[in-house]
Design a protein around this ligand. Structure first.
Ligand SMILES: [Zn+2]
Ligand SMILES: [Zn+2]
Length: 462
């Protein structure tokens, strides 16, 4: 029992309640987090290859930033993670990135074309369930200031290239055109008239909400709505001349780059602001209901709608959680975190471990060590676990002689089809004798150069 403090201050409970991450969120720890590092660094590389620069915007914005762009969408109507802060400002954790990036574009007026990429968290407030988190992660790009259909092709090709760079092979590009302010209102009326005719056959939600945005019915996954929309008029059959030419140029560009695509008239996506080109990447290895691994489109009216000058724009967002599922489904384990390359085992006081790791890191290698003066056995175990291919061993003999023993930690690969030997009993794990193969003792001043040489030679062999 805790004693009541003399000043009568509140007493802390003897047992601290278990602290956990909030519902609908998750932690990512090493080595799994190594996959996230490579997801983001690969994306950064692909985006930079086409001249896109990183943009960082706040995680929360004035709620108006998001309300203006999606009044009839679920993410804004029902799922916004918004609240009043202590100063009485109504703010929202961003539900998506495009609105924030548009807000930044309008605020800072950079020279167009402005091409940026981002990586970060988005939020929605809803009941957490499998595959739907309150905080989820995306990478994406936005390009402002050009209405050229070839920019649409560039954007779609970059997403395509990103999946390929991750090793994903079973990705489908699904394409549609949503028209523009000239041809979309006419199409909307056509569609609305058609849906009103079939109103009684629609799902319950859409019977009541038809007028809001009839295009959303095309997106409905319920079988009742699907049956009706299968026969609905298609926007691609009702494009104006400009939209039609734009769409033809986009398709020609994809074909020229050898990017396979499929036209899907029902693809309207969740947000209201898309015009003309709309697209989605689906992971064919994923379960049908949740197989979108990314999507985007052109939003030529959005900048003006949010208070900026008339500026065309296009972008996409790719969901990292889904991409990881697709990698799993395609058997891509990922490299994980780049493990360390060298491990210093020092049981002669720790000074060599301190100094050698610093020298190895300064030479550009990834180097690790144990702390707390642990036993040689424990240190070798840690070296094994670290994934290092080389151990630098400094015992009392080496320390006295100013030398370091290099030990090859790489085990011979198991022969396929044969059982691996069971691991040695922990109690019998011992430092091998100095004359064992794969071991050499060098002068202290030569050892870093030798480790560099070996690591590079190994990297070349692959
Ligand atoms: Zn429906
Ligand atoms: Zn049009």
């Amino acid at each position: 029992m805790t004693q009541r403090p003399p000043d009568g201050a509140p007493r802390y409970p003897a047992v601290v309640p278990e602290l956990r991450h909030p519902a609908g969120t998750f932690d990512v720890l090493p080595p799994e987090s190594g996959r996230w590092v490579s997801l983001v660094t690969t994306f950064a590389r692909v985006a930079a290859s086409a001249g896109y620069g990183l943009v960082i915007t706040p995680t929360f914005e004035d709620v108006a930033v998001f309300q203006r762009v999606g009044e009839s969408t679920d993410v804004v109507r029902k799922e916004m993670y918004d609240f009043d802060d202590r100063g009485g400002r109504h703010v929202a954790l961003r539900p998506e990135m495009t609105a924030s990036v548009v807000r930044a574009y309008i605020q800072h007026r950079p020279a167009a074309p402005w091409k940026v990429w981002y990586a970060g968290s988005n939020f929605r407030y809803e009941r957490p369930q499998a595959g739907r988190h309150r905080e989820f992660h995306q990478v994406g790009i936005e390009a402002f200031g050009s209405a050229d259909a070839d920019l649409d092709v560039e954007v779609m090709a970059l997403g395509w290239e990103y999946y390929a760079a991750l090793g994903l092979r079973r990705i489908d590009l699904v394409l549609n055109s949503l028209g523009d302010a000239t041809c979309r209102p006419g199409y909307r009326d056509l569609l609305l008239a058609y849906l009103l005719e079939h109103c009684a056959e629609l799902c319950e939600e859409h019977q009541g909400r038809l007028g809001d945005n009839p295009l959303r019915v095309l997106d409905c996954k319920k079988p009742e709505c699907r049956a009706v929309t299968a026969g609905a008029p298609r926007q691609t059959d009702h494009l104006c001349d400009d939209c039609s030419a734009h769409f033809a140029r986009v398709r020609a560009g994809l074909e020229a780059l050898g990017i396979a695509y499929r036209i899907e008239p029902a693809l309207v996506r969740g947000l209201d602001y898309y015009t003309r080109t709309t697209f989605e990447y689906t992971g064919l290895a994923l379960d049908g209901a949740q197989n979108a691994v990314g999507g985007g489109g052109r939003y030529d009216g959005l900048v003006a709608e949010m208070g900026g000058n008339e500026t065309p724009g296009i972008g996409f967002a790719l969901g990292l959680e889904r991409i990881l599922l697709a990698c799993d489904a395609e058997g891509l384990a990922g490299d994980g975190a780049a493990g360390v390359e060298a491990f210093v085992v020092d049981f002669a006081g720790g000074e060599a471990a301190r100094d050698l790791t610093a020298e190895l890191r300064a030479a550009g290698l990834r180097a690790e060590r144990s702390f707390d003066g642990r036993s040689p056995k424990a240190q070798f175990k840690a070296a094994d676990r670290s994934g290092a291919s080389i151990a630098l061993v400094v015992g009392p003999d080496e320390a006295a002689a100013g030398r370091v023993t290099l030990k090859d930690l790489r085990r011979p690969p198991a022969e396929p089809g044969r059982l691996q030997r069971p691991p040695a009993e922990p109690g019998r794990l011992q430092r091998p004798p100095a004359e064992r193969a794969g071991q050499v003792t060098l002068a202290r001043e030569d050892v870093v150069a030798e480790v560099c040489r070996r690591v590079r030679a190994r990297a070349e062999v692959g």
